[in-house]
Design a binder for this molecule. Structure first.
Ligand SMILES: NC(=O)c1ccc[n+]([C@@H]2O[C@H](COP(=O)([O-])OP(=O)(O)OC[C@H]3O[C@@H](n4cnc5c(N)ncnc54)[C@H](O)[C@@H]3O)[C@@H](O)[C@H]2O)c1
Length: 435
């Protein structure tokens, strides 16, 4: 969900004046808020109070100088002093890796304990917004329990997406603004801090706000690794990788777009698996390591296995599968992951029936028919020509492709539990949603 917020000046305390905190404090002051920064490092405090940036970041020093001079920006080592007038406390301390890769929460815990100690008798409402990158559940399990003794305090997650080197520009022209929390008024309060910026805030749940930061960084890393693997392989093939990727990006319908970016069922069909296999084979022969691209097929298989486990674990006696082809509106059955699922379930002795509006043994022919009969020789006996018949027979539905609106209504009306593998429905009857 997204919402326009009204700008109103707030008193903001920013805990941690590192790369994120300094930029956040300075830029919020520059758009009109009164900001006090807090850090345990006295050098950073002195820098801010004397109008200097504590480290190099293009454009930052000018903003700090101007805002410190105007009195809208100052810094202190005292949490109590910074919190006295604050409406919002933004926590921007480090969350470095521990030796085992897990997230280190020491700085976060210490700051929250400091806020709690300084707010024991507090009456004025305070929203504590966690801007540090924290794993989903951290606010609920770590931050909120520490602050629970202070009834005036509520907690939201408000991750930061700026990039060092262009941090000021990223802050003032955000690629994404996200605020999530249990209390809508507190979420709106923090979204209001950014109302003067040209990007609307996405208001989401607390854990989504925590997770989105990881999703974004993982996505960026995967994009970079993908482009580098295509570049390396192209180079070995005597092809200009820059031209290949620049051309790939010209496709804003399927490539640089929302397409294929929703969690759903495993991919299949006549092209993706075949072409990935060919690419892996060639790269291997050329001694070019492409581990990311090589991982796509095993990842897809794992996703299929998750779906199979969900069906098996349902314990259903009569399984009605809706959709047999690898996606809706086609009768192409080649490498459909549903066929692999059906084969597996039959092997386990499951009783199942299948409805697919485009698969009819009387009309499919050629390689498509051979593929189907090779996979499941007695498939004809499992196919139902009408959705209603399937709905009347089954005690568990598995939706593997998006049904028509009419089909969806029938499914919901049936009252049957649904394992929804494509995110087709989120109604109360959905017993298991995979994503
Ligand atoms: N650096 C980035 O580009 C970037 C971008 C987006 C998000 N993040 C995330 O933002 C968070 C902060 O990152 P950073 O790079 O600004 O970290 P940083 O290490 O540069 O800054 C952390 C600051 O917190 C201060 N601090 C630590 N404990 C404190 C305490 N108890 N009280 C007061 N101050 C304390 C430190 O002195 C330091 O100045 C991390 O979770 C990081 O993952 C970073």
């Amino acid at each position: 969900m997204s919402e326009m917020s009204e700008f109103s000046q707030s008193n903001v305390a920013v805990f941690g004046l590192g790369y994120v905190g300094s930029v956040t404090a300075a830029c919020l002051a520059s758009v009109g808020h009164r900001v006090v920064g807090i850090d345990s490092d006295l050098h950073k405090i002195e820098c801010l109070n004397s109008g200097k940036a504590p480290f190099f970041e293009p454009g930052l020093e000018g903003i700090i100088r101007e805002c410190a001079a105007s009195g809208r920006l100052s810094a202190t080592a005292s949490a109590a002093e910074a919190l006295a007038d604050a409406d919002v406390a933004l926590v921007c301390v480090g969350t470095p890796s521990e030796r085992n890769g897990n997230l280190g929460l020491d700085q976060l815990r210490r700051v929250c304990e400091g806020i709690a100690a300084a707010s024991a008798d507090r009456m004025k409402p305070l929203v504590v917004a966690i801007r540090s990158t924290v794993f989903p559940g951290t606010c609920d399990e770590v931050v909120i329990p520490i602050l629970a003794k202070c009834p005036a305090i509520t907690v939201v997650a408000n991750p930061e997406f700026l990039r060092e080197g262009v941090a000021v520009d990223d802050f003032l022209f955000p690629s994404l603004l996200v605020v999530g929390g249990h209390d809508p008024a507190s979420v709106a309060r923090v979204a209001g801090l950014y109302a003067g910026l040209p990007t609307e805030s996405c208001l989401v749940t607390l854990r989504t706000a925590e997770m989105i930061k990881y999703a974004c960084n993982a996505f960026h890393a995967v994009k970079i690794a993908f482009a580098n693997e295509i570049g390396a392989l192209s180079g070995q093939l005597g092809v200009d990788g820059q031209e290949v990727m620049a051309t790939l990006c010209k496709d804003v319908k399927l490539n640089a777009s929302k397409a294929y970016l929703r969690p759903g069922f495993a991919f299949g069909g006549s092209c993706l698996p075949k072409d990935l296999r060919a690419l892996s084979y060639r790269a291997n022969r050329l001694d070019v390591e492409i581990p990311l691209i090589n991982a796509a097929l095993p990842s897809n298989r794992e996703h299929l296995d998750r779906a199979i486990r969900a069906v098996v674990d349902s314990g259903a006696k009569k399984i009605g599968i809706i959709g047999l082809t690898f996606k809706e509106n086609t009768d192409d059955l080649r490498e459909s992951p549903v066929l692999a699922m059906v084969e597996h379930l039959i092997g386990k002795g499951s009783d199942l029936r299948i409805f697919d509006p485009h698969v009819n043994m009387d009309t499919i022919y050629g390689s498509n028919r051979n593929f189907l009969l090779n996979a499941i020789p007695h498939i004809g006996r499992l196919l139902e020509a009408k959705l209603e018949t399937l709905l009347g027979w089954a005690d568990q539905l598995v939706v593997t492709q998006k049904p028509t609106a009419e089909g969806m209504q029938g499914i919901m009306r049936s009252g049957l539990p649904v394992i929804d593998l494509v995110g087709a429905s989120t109604g109360p009857r959905v017993a298991v949603v995979m994503h």
